[in-house]
Design a protein around this ligand. Structure first.
Ligand code: ATP
Length: 238
């Protein structure tokens, strides 16, 4: 399912943070969004998933205008949001966190939910032996895997992720991004906000650079990785 964003404006009360964002993610593409602190990356994801209302512009999923839809309606339309800081429910087991992820699909047959769960566990095998463990006792990397697996329980066709690699050791960053690459190869559309520009460029199809509430640069990852504006600001002068 494609995601198309045009001229999106949004903010908090009278504070406008997004001043007209354009973003495209084709079906089965992984788009990374990078940018300085405070550029509005998190706000963009919140606006895409209906947590912050758009004040101008349009959001389309597979060509259908979904601007102004609330989070539950967007979830039913196929969009799932993995928020920053791995917001799992710490006192619930891994298994119960996964069950909650399927909330919008609660009327589906149990066998179907089990199939979706098994697919998510196959992507993150570390979670399998920990299904009965309280989610708060997982390592940071495992919690991030659970947050993504929980998002997958809603059977999204577009998955937006806020800083999936933050605070993780390089090996785990690699595991997470390998999993995102697999999901992309299976046809899922992904938009990942990422501080770790190197990890983002290594796996993304295209990259959007945000600055002060706008996307100021966009292109395929291989091309942008050699753009001096990107190398100087995000890839350590590479
Ligand atoms: P970072 O990389 O530091 O996470 P970001 O690019 O994700 O930054 P946002 O978190 O979207 O940026 O923040 C953009 C601006 O919106 C900031 O100036 C921030 O202070 C402001 N902001 C974010 N959340 C709120 C809120 N709930 N209420 C008011 N202002 C907010």
């Amino acid at each position: 399912m494609s995601l198309e964003v045009r001229g999106l404006a949004a903010g908090y009360g009278r504070l406008e943070v997004l001043h007209g964002v354009d973003l495209d993610a084709g079906e089965g593409q992984l788009v990374a969004v990078i940018g300085a602190n405070g550029a509005g990356k998190t706000t963009l994801l919140r606006a895409l998933s209906g947590l912050v209302p758009a004040t101008a512009g349009t959001v389309r999923l597979a060509g259908v205008d979904v601007t102004g839809s609330g989070p539950e309606r967007l979830a039913r339309a196929g969009l799932a949001h993995v928020p920053e800081n791995r917001l799992v429910f710490p006192t619930l087991t891994v298994e119960d966190n996964l069950v909650l992820g399927a909330y919008t699909r609660r009327r589906q047959p149990a066998a179907e939910r089990t199939r979706v769960r098994d697919r998510a566990l196959a992507l993150f095998p570390r979670l399998q032996p920990r299904l009965q463990q309280a989610a708060g006792t997982l390592s940071g990397g495992e919690q991030q895997m659970l947050a993504i697996a929980r998002g997958l329980m809603a059977q999204p066709r577009v998955l937006v992720l806020d800083e999936p690699s933050v605070g993780l050791a390089p090996r785990l960053v690699g595991e997470i991004f390998t999993a995102l690459g697999r999901l992309r190869d299976d046809g899922l559309t992904l938009v990942a906000v990422e501080q770790n520009a190197r990890a983002a460029f290594a796996v993304a199809d295209s990259v959007s650079v945000m600055d002060r509430g706008r996307v100021v640069l966009h292109g395929d990852a291989a091309t942008l990785a050699t753009d001096p504006r990107v190398t100087a600001a995000f890839l350590g002068g590479g």
